[in-house]
Design a binder for this molecule. Structure first.
Ligand SMILES: Nc1ncnc2c1ncn2[C@@H]1O[C@H](COP(=O)(O)OP(=O)(O)OP(=O)(O)O)[C@@H](O)[C@H]1O
Ligand SMILES: [Mg+2]
Length: 280
């Protein structure tokens, strides 16, 4: 494609996109982004939405591992011009599609502008084929992460309610706000064992984000710490598929309802959940 044709297509895509783009990021690593992403994709697919999960953790990919996909071609081959989009796309994985990335390639951590353009071209070509295109990014504030957030319609930050993760979530918001002037973000609290405490942490974070960054931070939900998550990850299946009634699966379902604007019914009291945990 000529430079001019690319620029025209990019401009058209930026001004009139048909898919909704979501980035799932975090300041701190290992807080549960990939697990949340694949389960969010499952829940969206079960609502009849067409979904693509794009593994945007380009050099430390995990989506394929979590879903036990056998992958021969990845974004790396695509960037090298050795595979086309259709060779790489994994179709109908639990009702959604996956664009896998590679693991253990340092060069994928720092891409050139031309390589980013090549990646964004994937979205321009696939735009409209999906209702949602979800980027599962790496952790932190590297350019490779923040660029994906910058092109998303919805930026979701996953954090845990602990001070270290919150500090890093704040740093992430600061960078995204300063580099790309994004003023609205959503937050998900993961591995929550005390919903009231997590809600207080959210209120504080929302307050400082508004006061010091001018960021409007909306709560998407709290995800309980759930041993069924670890069981599902060991089995390399989404917990929403393996254990649809698990507390985590229900919490993701609530997040997804909020995301698409469906009313969320109030859950039974925490005492019920407490006992369920004991007898599981
Ligand atoms: N709600 C939960 N309950 C119990 N364990 C969880 C929960 N969420 C995540 N975990 C655990 O945390 C681990 C890390 O999750 P995940 O790989 O999704 O994190 P990540 O943020 O994508 O990590 P990275 O920053 O390396 O990409 C999982 O393998 C799982 O064991
Ligand atoms: Mg991950």
């Amino acid at each position: 494609m000529t430079d001019q044709a690319y620029s025209l297509r990019k401009r058209a895509w930026e001004s009139n996109r048909h898919s909704h783009y979501i980035s799932v990021s975090s300041g701190k690593g290992g807080v549960g982004k990939t697990n949340f992403t694949v389960n969010m994709a499952c829940q969206l697919a079960s609502m009849g939405k067409k979904v693509l999960v794009f593994d945007a953790d380009l050099g430390l990919a995990n989506v394929d591992i979590m879903l036990s996909l056998s992958v021969t071609a990845t974004v790396k081959k695509y960037l090298e011009g050795r595979a086309g989009i259709d060779d790489i796309l994994k179709k109908d994985v639990y009702g959604f599609d996956v664009f896998p990335a590679s693991s253990g390639f340092m060069e994928l951590a720092v891409l050139s502008d031309a390589e980013y353009e090549k990646i964004f071209n994937i979205f321009m070509l696939l735009d409209g084929k999906y209702d949602y295109i979800i980027f599962d990014t790496g952790a932190g504030i590297a350019d490779s992460v923040v660029r994906f957030a910058s092109i998303a319609d919805t930026v979701i930050i996953v954090t845990q309610p602990e001070p270290t993760a919150i500090t890093d979530a704040y740093a992430f918001m600061k960078v995204v706000r300063q580099a790309y002037n994004i003023k609205k973000m959503k937050v998900v609290f993961n591995r929550v064992d005390d919903a009231a405490n997590s809600d207080n942490v959210y209120k504080s974070l929302k307050g400082v984000a508004a006061k010091f960054l001018g960021v409007e931070l909306e709560l998407l939900g709290h995800l309980r710490d759930d041993k069924l998550v670890r069981k599902a990850i060991r089995a390399q299946k989404p917990v929403s598929v393996m254990e649809p009634r698990a507390p985590f699966s229900k919490d993701v379902q609530d997040c997804v309802k909020r995301l698409v604007g469906v009313p969320v019914e109030k859950r039974a009291s925490n005492v019920y959940d407490l006992f369920k945990g004991v007898f599981r």
